[in-house]
Design a protein around this ligand. Structure first.
Ligand SMILES: NC(=O)c1ccc[n+]([C@@H]2O[C@H](COP(=O)([O-])OP(=O)(O)OC[C@H]3O[C@@H](n4cnc5c(N)ncnc54)[C@H](OP(=O)(O)O)[C@@H]3O)[C@@H](O)[C@H]2O)c1
Length: 254
């Protein structure tokens, strides 16, 4: 059985680790190629876009993929949509692996935004010194906010358009609570902007913001395409694949 994992997340890597030694199972992980030196999962890896829905469906057919796992980041909405259409076209089962989103707790001052653009509209009313953790690809949405100062954290250096007044911090998670506290303090941050990425690797900034009484602007996730079963963690996704491999029933919802 050939399993294609659409990856680019720590969960996708973990799933590859769980599956790669399984007998009778061929595993390919696919990365978009956005990060210059990604952490690679075990098993075969291919890098780069497929060329839209048709390209992905053609790849699935050509490489005799039996099962498709969309383990991409919750905000990678285009590839998830393509995966749903390509799986239907190529008649292969599709499972979405999505880590659960974050939930506010007492003491949090969260503000919701439906998109990066909406976050940029809401931001000037919330603070002046911004810790922006939404990734380098979405910086254009904040480029016109000349009156604000930004601390931008990203894995690779951002390219224009980006805010005029910004300092870039090249780093990748997991991050520690002590580190995040220190960052907020040292840069006199008064508002944090984040996607609702979920997971533990980047969650300490939320705790640090809560402790400091800072507002957090949370960009909400795009929905998983309708009808696609969802599981919350790599272990559940591995079980789903194993059940399929052994010919037993597999769930239609997470
Ligand atoms: N968006 C985020 O905040 C974020 C954060 C961390 C990691 N990532 C990872 O970075 C990658 C790109 O994210 P994005 O938001 O730019 O995606 P996206 O907007 O959903 O996808 C844009 C295009 O990138 C290609 N692509 C995306 N993921 C791919 C994969 N795993 N394998 C092969 N091609 C892929 C596809 O090109 P074609 O149409 O040519 O096939 C897709 O149409 C994803 O794999 C995601 O898991 C994203």
């Amino acid at each position: 059985m050939h399993v294609l994992i659409l990856g680019g997340t720590s969960e996708a890597r973990r799933l590859a680790e769980l599956l790669h030694a399984t007998p009778r199972l061929r595993l390919t992980s696919s990365l978009a190629g956005r990060v210059a030196s990604p952490r690679l999962p075990p098993g075969e890896v291919r890098v780069g876009g497929f060329g839209g829905v048709e390209g992905l469906a053609a790849w699935v057919r050509e490489h005799r993929v039996d099962v498709l796992i969309d383990a991409t980041h919750p905000f990678a909405g285009t590839i998830s949509f393509h995966a749903a259409l390509a799986a239907a076209t190529a008649h292969v089962p599709l499972l979405a692996l999505r880590r659960p989103g974050w939930v506010p707790v007492e003491g949090d001052h969260w503000h919701d935004a439906g998109s990066l653009e909406e976050a940029a509209r809401l931001l000037p009313a919330l603070g002046r010194r911004v810790f922006l953790t939404t990734g380098r690809m979405g910086l254009a949405a904040f480029a016109a906010l000349d009156e604000l100062w930004f601390l931008v954290r990203s894995v690779d250096p951002p390219e224009p358009p980006h805010p005029a007044r910004m300092e870039v911090l090249l780093d990748r998670g997991p991050f520690t609570l002590d580190g995040e506290r220190e960052l907020l303090r040292r840069h006199r941050v008064d508002v944090v902007v984040t996607k609702d990425s979920g997971g533990t690797a980047t969650a300490p900034k939320l705790t640090a913001a809560r402790e400091a009484g800072l507002p957090v602007l949370v960009v909400r996730r795009p929905p998983v395409p309708e009808g696609v079963p969802v599981v919350p963690d790599p272990e559940a996704a591995a079980r789903w694949v194993q059940k399929r491999l052994h010919g037993s029933d597999f769930p239609t919802t997470g």
